[in-house]
Ligand binder design. Structure first.
Ligand code: PHE
Length: 340
């Protein structure tokens, strides 16, 4: 009889201790430690129950019942307290006065920005925007542009070949041919896109670069139109007062051909390091479409004339934004990109 009384008091004491400890317990971890200490497999309750083995069956029943009730009750108290803990945690976390996290927003690459600006100028002159493939065959990249096979000018383009006859286009001029095959004159088109040449990398060369190409074909289109359109464009994209110079040049697909320079934007033409002290910076190639090119696309060279031009977009961007190294466009350094 003594034993059972003892056990019952122990259980009662355990209940009191536990509820006191529970009141003072802090945090989820503290609670879990308490639960293990009282209700765990090696906890206080198990220890008390271990002492039941000498009791009679009847006694075991009463003590067992009391122990089970206690276990249930304590278990529930733990759960409740745990719940309070959770709720507290959540309310502590939400501070509606904290400023939000600003999502990082990207913007257009400087090459895209300048391309768009260039396109807008030509759009204003009635030019349509067209595109063509970056992977070309020799016919469009060379042959139709009047570079016959073995023509030495092919070497200067030093192209990337993917397979015999298949190459990454080395200029945007093939788009002229593709467009003329599809459309009848008169036409006014521009295109922009990536081009590829096996150039060694330095501050002004990169094996991938962008060009803009333009073509205007119609009856009685003359060199004066070419001069007028390009001068207008260059004065729009740079400064209204720049000088534009046309000097003789050579391209197989234009005749006559011209190399176009602008007065150096760095020194306004007085001569500096950027323009090799000449006061001029060469900026694009142009010319009157060679009649042989018209023949390739079944345009009547007796009836139609036209002009074409092509320029490196990086070069325009470098001059306009005063960027000294072409590699900056490809490195995706945020310190560079964020300036645009
Ligand atoms: N395709 C020439 C180049 O890449 C540029 C050009 C285009 C010249 C159109 C004349 C006319 O060098």
């Amino acid at each position: 009889m003594n034993e059972i009384m003892e056990l019952k008091t122990e259980l009662k004491k355990l209940a009191e201790d536990a509820s006191l400890a529970l009141k003072e317990a802090k945090g989820r971890e503290g609670l879990e430690n308490l639960r293990i200490a009282y209700l765990g497999r090696k906890g206080a309750l198990t220890r008390i129950l271990g002492k039941m083995k000498n009791l009679s069956l009847e006694e075991k029943k009463t003590v067992g019942k009391q122990a089970n009730e206690l276990k249930k009750q304590l278990g529930e108290s733990f759960k409740e307290k745990l719940l309070q803990c959770k709720e507290k945690k959540v309310t502590e976390k939400i501070d509606i006065t904290l400023p939000g996290i600003k999502p990082k927003l990207g913007h257009l690459h400087p090459i895209t920005l300048i391309s768009n600006e260039m396109k807008e100028i030509f759009k204003g002159l009635g030019f349509d925007f067209v595109t063509g493939p970056e992977i070309e065959n020799e016919y469009y990249n060379f042959e139709a542009l009047n570079f016959p096979e073995e023509h030495p000018a092919r070497d200067s383009f030093d192209s990337f070949y993917l397979a015999p006859n298949i190459l990454l286009r080395s200029h945007t001029s093939p788009v002229q041919i593709r467009t003329m095959e599809k459309r009848k004159p008169p036409l006014r088109i521009i295109t922009t896109g990536r081009c590829f040449r096996r150039d060694a990398i330095d501050a002004s060369h990169f094996p991938a670069f962008h060009q803009m190409e333009g073509l205007m074909v119609g009856e009685r289109i003359s060199f004066s139109h070419l001069k007028g359109v390009l001068t207008y464009f260059l004065r729009k994209i740079f400064e209204p007062d720049i000088e534009v110079r046309f000097s003789p040049s050579y391209f197989p697909f234009t005749e006559p051909s011209a190399e176009v320079s602008i007065s150096c934007p760095f020194c306004s033409g007085t001569g500096c390091g950027s323009c090799g002290h000449s006061g001029w910076i060469e900026i694009l190639g142009a010319g009157m479409v060679n009649p042989d090119v018209f023949k390739k696309v079944n345009y009547d060279p007796e009836k139609f004339t036209g002009f074409a031009f092509g320029m490196g977009i990086e070069r325009i961007a470098m001059l306009k934004y005063k960027i000294s190294d072409i590699r900056d466009f490809w490195e995706n350094d945020l310190r560079f990109l964020e300036q645009f």
